[in-house]
Design a protein around this ligand. Structure first.
Ligand code: ATP
Ligand code: MG
Ligand code: MG
Length: 532
């Protein structure tokens, strides 16, 4: 039985967990250490934490390490770091493998009670039989024979390796998840923590209810993906005489143009289509963090979704809009001009090159001041210069008004030079164009501005889609630019705004041989991530 949430608003929602007692709620987040955490995992982890906190209870972080073929220590470390990033303490963790002995005893109990059998049916045939509701030829073996076979599985003898243990639940239940699921399988690959002690491992469907009950979990949050498997979970609790655990269902997080599956993300990493698990195009916690999403914004957004159980695929815009709201008041303002498209503007009526202190953010004095250079030669964007009209009055931002006195263009209509006459008495409220500019001089620094597109071209990927057919050909875009000198003093991960361009996060500071690299932070205003 599951309870649905009443309302979700602005980062807090009413929860009404069945059987929840203040101070006694125990939830758990059980990642499998088989990849890096993605935003879907963040939802699971944050919801579990939220519930534990609301009831002044406890959250268990448990590594669900039952499949040595997929799991690596590297992933365990990364998961701990990422949990820390989203504010979840993982200094104490548990492991499903801590319970292998007990799970084994429970499996023996199932066999002795006539509730499990060792099956030698091949995978293909077993799938077909389950589909058609046909009983396995091994279903009615004697308890003694099953115990003997299970011992062979435990020792991974040649015969044992041809077997798997199945729970004897139903042959033809309408809910196919109940058709004698496999619960133990042999695997000779050594386990990261138990080495070669075990040569067979319980599957999640068996291990999860047992360990939840043993660890005192009161409420197991499960995504709607598992809906059909909930009766099976209950069957194990009932047939093994385990403590009741309440299942609470919530909707799996999905985003447009996005793969949220460790297996598929691994493919991108292995193929070299991304630079790694922290690639800014990736929906991993690391990826979105690197792209400029603050962890506060992530939390706010996840709790805004709350526990809605709608099957929907979310747009990225809303998440980035939440982020924009949080970074806008604290992002210092800077200026950048595209290097290849810059136009030299000669300004008359000005003093020689000089530096002045101006606020980093007009509406937030606490951010301090920055240097702005003023001088008779400035750079402006081609896009702005193209729009200029002769003798029109414009405003140079943070400087004052000016009249455009001449505009030179080449044969293709590209502006090659502009002359402007400063008119500092002019009223900036009366001009239509507020233009960004940079004074030429020793202060200027080079920067690389990065932007990215979705990795795949399909909004909603289906299970049988072939990934290779969906790849966006070019997903990384670099624009060389010049920026004000203050940018040289920024640190990695600093978030700023380039006036009239957007918010950026410092991905790498400048070195002797390469300019600083900044990544455009989507702001939720354009539908596509890349504004190409
Ligand atoms: P993947 O398919 O990406 O490998 P998984 O479910 O196999 O995901 P686990 O490490 O087992 O990965 O997941 C840990 C927890 O996170 C589980 O409780 C799982 O239900 C939850 N979870 C995984 N993906 C999502 C998602 N997209 N939305 C919400 N919760 C998710
Ligand atoms: Mg899993
Ligand atoms: Mg999954």
């Amino acid at each position: 039985e599951s309870t649905k949430v009443a309302k979700a608003d602005q980062g807090s929602f009413d929860i009404n967990l069945i059987g929840a007692e203040m101070g006694k709620v125990v939830t758990r987040f059980p990642p499998e250490p088989s990849g890096y955490l993605h935003i879907g995992h963040a939802k699971a982890a944050l919801l579990n934490k939220y519930f534990a906190d609301q009831y002044k209870g406890r959250l268990i972080v448990r590594f669900d390490d039952t499949n040595p073929t997929k799991e690596k220590l590297e992933y365990e470390h990364s998961i701990k770091e990422d949990l820390l990033l989203i504010g979840i303490d993982s200094s104490v963790v548990s492991y499903t493998s801590d319970y292998f002995d007990q799970i084994y005893q429970y499996a023996l109990q199932l066999i002795k009670d006539g509730n499990a059998y060792c099956d030698t049916t091949g995978q293909e045939q077993m799938r077909a039989e389950r589909m058609d509701g046909i009983a396995s030829q091994c279903r009615d073996l004697s308890i003694e024979e099953n115990l003997r076979r299970f011992e062979e599985m435990k020792n991974a003898t040649e015969f044992g390796q041809t077997c798997c243990l199945r729970a004897k639940i139903s042959v033809d239940n309408l809910n196919k998840a109940l058709r004698d699921p496999v619960i133990y399988r042999c695997n000779l690959i050594p386990h990261a923590r138990t080495g070669d002690k075990w040569k067979m491992y319980p599957l999640y469907d068996l291990a999860c209810p047992i360990v939840d009950a043993l660890e005192g979990v009161t409420h197991a949050l499960r995504t709607d993906e598992y809906h059909d498997r909930n009766p099976q979970y209950q069957w194990f609790l009932d047939n093994l005489g385990l403590r009741q655990v309440h299942i609470w269902e919530y909707s799996r997080l999905n985003f447009v143009y996005t793969l949220l599956s460790k297996r598929k993300l691994t493919w991108f990493v292995d193929q070299g289509r991304v630079s790694g698990w922290d690639d800014p195009r990736f929906p991993t916690i690391r990826g979105i963090h690197r792209r400029g999403l603050t962890m506060e914004a992530l939390k706010t957004y996840i709790l805004m979704q709350g526990a809605s159980t709608n099957y929907i695929t979310l747009e990225w815009d809303k998440l980035w809009a939440v982020n924009r709201k949080q970074i806008d008041p604290v992002a210092p303002r800077h200026t950048a001009i595209e290097n290849l498209n810059k136009v030299k503007v000669t300004v008359s009526g000005t003093e020689p090159y000089a530096l002045k202190e101006v606020p980093r953010h007009k509406k937030n004095e606490s951010l301090g001041s920055k240097r702005t250079a003023y001088g008779p030669t400035i750079w402006m964007d081609q896009a702005d210069c193209k729009e200029l009209e002769l003798n029109e009055e414009v405003t140079f931002m943070d400087w004052g008004n000016a009249f455009i006195r001449s505009i030179e263009k080449n044969a293709e209509g590209v502006v090659t030079a502009v002359n402007a006459e400063l008119h500092l008495d002019g009223d900036f409220k009366k001009t239509k164009k507020k233009l960004t500019w940079l004074a030429d001089g020793p202060e200027l620094v080079k920067v690389d501005l990065m932007d990215y597109d979705y990795l795949i071209t399909k909004k909603k990927v289906e299970e049988d889609d072939n990934l290779e057919d969906l790849l966006t050909p070019v997903t990384e875009f670099k624009t060389e630019a010049i920026a004000d000198g203050n940018v040289a003093e920024l640190n990695k991960d600093d978030i700023i705004q380039f006036e009239r361009k957007g918010y950026y996060i410092v991905d790498a500071v400048a070195t002797a041989s390469s300019p600083a690299r900044l990544i455009l932070i989507p702001d939720g205003k354009v539908a596509s991530m890349a504004s190409k």
